[in-house]
Design a protein around this ligand. Structure first.
Ligand SMILES: O=c1ccn([C@@H]2O[C@H](COP(=O)(O)O)[C@@H](O)[C@H]2O)c(=O)[nH]1
Ligand SMILES: [Zn+2]
Ligand SMILES: [Zn+2]
Length: 251
């Protein structure tokens, strides 16, 4: 996890992730703090093979201008950008155009090798890395897409509480790991809140890691039912993440 903070957290970087698969690196979301978070890990933007955007909020796309400029002028390379089809135009028109539009570039495609994604398809980004996007409720009338990785790991974009989806992923689609955004204040409004998430049955909580949390996260350690906090600037592997919490505690 590059960062695990909520939109306005100051002690945690924005909730963005680096996904590694067989030498390939995907950056999931690129918020305002992503360049600094990469820097603190000693990573350069040039080490990223592709980026993927879940929705248009600054903690998820606010770092794209820096990455686009640095890739173009410092590294002379166009990174792959995976973007849900409905977000491509608003990403350029409403988020990036103001800063990036200049003589050398007037479109998203001038900075990125754009790959549009649709729901209902699985995309093999690299050997060992398959991604499906699932539209999930966040802000009314503003599209946001969670991810299903390698048919076993659900990564929530910011989303409201949706127990039916979590049940169907676990019961019908073999989901063994859930990374879920979490707000401490009830009601969650545009996120799932902790009071909602602790109502999930234990077999789902045991698979669930909390992310996108506020600065007062330390107050909630030990108060999250069977769910664990995922930590920023830490490398996790699939086996560690998919270990059920109950096994994890016994180990
Ligand atoms: O309808 C809304 C829209 C936004 N907010 C607040 O803004 C942030 C947006 O950033 P996220 O990355 O989605 O967290 C959200 O956390 C709210 O604090 C809102 O409350 N209601
Ligand atoms: Zn967010
Ligand atoms: Zn959001």
């Amino acid at each position: 996890m590059l960062g695990t903070g909520s939109a306005f957290a100051k002690t945690f970087y924005n909730n963005n992730a680096l996904v590694y698969a067989n030498g390939y690196t995907l950056l999931v979301d690129c918020g305002i703090t992503a360049p600094a978070a990469l820097h603190s890990l000693g990573k350069s933007p040039d080490e990223i093979h592709a980026l993927l955007v879940t929705h248009i909020h600054a903690d998820h796309v606010g770092g794209l201008e820096e990455i686009a400029f640095r890739m173009k002028f410092q590294y002379q390379r166009k990174p792959l950008l995976y973007v849900p089809e409905v977000l491509a135009v608003p990403l350029w028109e409403n988020a990036l155009k103001g800063g990036l539009s200049q003589d050398e570039g007037h479109t998203l495609e001038d900075y990125f090798d754009v790959r549009l994604m649709e729901e209902g398809h699985e995309y093999e980004l690299a050997p060992g890395l398959c991604v499906e996007i699932i539209e999930t409720p966040h802000i009314p009338n503003k599209a946001s897409f969670s991810l299903y990785l390698n048919r076993h790991l659900f990564y929530s974009a910011d989303m409201r509480f949706n127990p039916e989806l979590l049940h169907s992923l676990v019961d019908q689609r073999g989901c063994d790991t859930i990374l879920h955004d979490c707000q401490f204040i009830n009601p969650g409004a545009v996120h799932a809140c902790l009071d909602d998430l602790v109502t999930l049955p234990e077999f789902i909580q045991q698979r669930l890691w909390l992310m996108h949390y506020a600065d007062n996260q330390p107050e909630y350690i030990g108060k999250t039912g069977q769910m664990r906090f995922i930590e920023q600037q830490r490398l996790y592997d699939d086996t560690e993440l998919s270990k059920l919490n109950v096994e994890f505690n016994e180990a």
